[in-house]
Design a protein around this ligand. Structure first.
Ligand code: ADP
Length: 477
């Protein structure tokens, strides 16, 4: 049986800031179903929430610091989770990356270097857990030092590093290298040094046996200057070990037929019931219960997600017969600008600045159209949830969005393969044009219904992608 140590900085439902948590909470379950013995390892943050019991397993000392390893399970699943408990680093309110005020943790490098060191001890079976993985699967920069440190070990497990977002690299001043007491052998331009700085992500990109990212299109994009952030050369050089595997979704949690968080359950045969969810959502958000289309957006409010394009479109959009609902938090200037617009159009907008998992489900069930005008999008999950819920996505042609949404054109509408609207240029004009196209099709009830059904019938579960990961592990040992 394949033994896989899955190293991550967040996993739903224990703790979540974005898509990485969704993947870490669902891919290991799918791998377990595909016959692997998977264990997760992640930091024990103060904000972790669980209904499962947590047991003390062992204490491991690294770099003159003691950390406890606690054992629990992914809530509602059999997958074992090891929590790295080191209160001086992790026992604070806030999320994995920022404090309660939204400022990045000052000691981020120290926090994740310690986490990586403990993961290495566990990977080498020096964590007193009596378990040796064949594969260590790392995710994003927070785990980047693991492949680098493991490269120095004899008889080490194979390593896989998955890029969920190249825009976050874990870059710290040169002085961090010394203060973290990292092995000198790793400090060179082919290693974890990047323009004289310490780069955590390079630890993964330079040393992992295999690199993956979360969509085939993004795998190509990150080998270009626009999306590679200075690492496109290294990624092209390692092109032979780099593949794109599209993310799946947790098909149990995101299923309109069983979702416990929504008002009315539905599937393709009972799609008209979606209307009841729409009315309930309008009521909840104090919007008029009209039959105008509801456009929705759920997102981190950051430039990556094209929030500026939305802001530019809003005056024209809101002159049309539609409602626009938004759920998100992020950059303060976006939060402020959006709040100001909402005040001017109280009957057409309902903007919730915050993070609310339940509301996200209600949006997917009740909205008609989902906006995702990302400047770049490694995979993106909401366009997948939207398709499952018959909420037609409008997306920019980039990364995983390009791989998962089929544009509604005469031909694709004719052969029932269309699932949404795709636009190319990152401009408000191109977005507005897609919005208008969507409104035209929305007014043609029969065509619209077919568009919804084509999206709902697509299989975005982990079955296929988990098999691709298993095949990749298979090549390694
Ligand atoms: P990213 O990881 O870049 O933020 P993804 O589309 O891959 O983007 O994943 C985002 C996940 O986080 C989705 O599950 C989405 O529903 C969720 N999400 C983002 N913002 C919020 C919010 N404000 N409230 C609830 N869920 C949110």
């Amino acid at each position: 049986m394949k033994k896989i140590l899955f190293v991550t900085s967040e996993a739903h439902p224990l703790i979540k800031t974005g898509g990485l948590a969704d993947v870490s909470g669902s891919l290991p379950k799918a791998l377990a179903e595909a016959g692997a013995d998977v264990r997760l390892i992640m930091p024990k943050y103060q904000a972790i929430k669980t209904t499962e019991e947590i047991y003390y397993k062992s204490t491991v000392r690294v770099n003159e610091t003691d950390a406890n390893i606690l054992e629990t399970r992914l809530p509602g699943a059999q997958v074992l989770v090891w929590l790295v408990d080191c209160p001086e680093y992790f026992n604070f309110p806030g999320n994995p990356y920022v404090d309660e005020q939204g400022n990045a943790w000052e000691n981020s490098a120290g926090r994740f270097a310690l986490f990586c060191r403990i993961a290495v001890e566990v990977a080498m079976d020096r964590g007193y857990l009596d378990w040796t993985p064949g594969i260590v699967h790392c995710n994003d920069w927070q785990s980047g030092l693991v492949p680098a440190l493991l490269s120095l070990e004899a008889n080490r497990p194979a390593t896989v590093f998955t890029i969920h977002n190249m825009a976050y690299q874990g870059i710290f001043p040169r002085s961090a290298q010394a203060s973290l007491n990292l092995p000198k052998e790793l400090w060179n331009p082919d290693g974890i040094e990047f323009n004289g700085m310490l780069s955590f992500i390079k630890g993964g990109l330079a040393y992992a046996d295999r690199i993956t990212t979360v969509s085939p299109t993004y795998a190509g994009e990150i080998q270009t200057a626009e999306f590679g952030y200075g690492l496109e050369g290294l990624l092209s050089y390692r092109n032979d070990v780099l593949t794109g595997i599209i993310n799946g979704i947790d098909a149990d949690q995101w299923d309109p037929l069983t979702d416990p968080q929504i008002d009315e359950h539905y599937n393709v045969s009972t799609l008209s019931k979606k209307q009841l969810n729409k009315a309930a959502l309008q009521k909840k958000l104090s919007l008029p219960i009209d039959d105008v289309p509801i456009f929705a957006l759920i997102s981190r409010l950051v430039e990556q997600k094209g929030i500026d394009l939305i802001l530019e479109c809003l005056p024209e959009m809101l002159s049309l017969p539609l409602q626009f609902i938004l759920l998100g938090r992020g950059d303060k200037h976006f939060e402020q600008q959006l709040t100001d617009v909402a005040k001017t159009y109280p009957d057409k907008t309902a903007f919730t600045i915050g993070y609310d998992e339940t509301l996200a489900h209600l949006f997917e069930a009740g909205a008609d159209i989902f906006l995702m005008p990302s400047r770049f999008e490694p995979c993106g999950l909401n366009q997948l949830y939207s398709q499952r819920y018959g909420t037609v996505p409008i997306v920019r042609k980039t990364g995983g969005l390009a791989d998962t949404v089929v544009d509604a054109l005469p031909e694709t509408l004719g052969n029932n393969t269309a699932t949404g609207f795709v636009f190319k240029d990152a401009t408000s004009g191109a977005l507005m044009e897609a919005i208008k196209r969507a409104l035209i099709v929305y007014s043609q009830a029969k065509t619209w219904k077919q568009l919804q059904i084509s999206g709902m019938q697509k299989d975005y579960s982990w079955n296929k992608s988990a098999k691709e990961y298993m095949a990749l592990y298979e090549q390694l040992n």
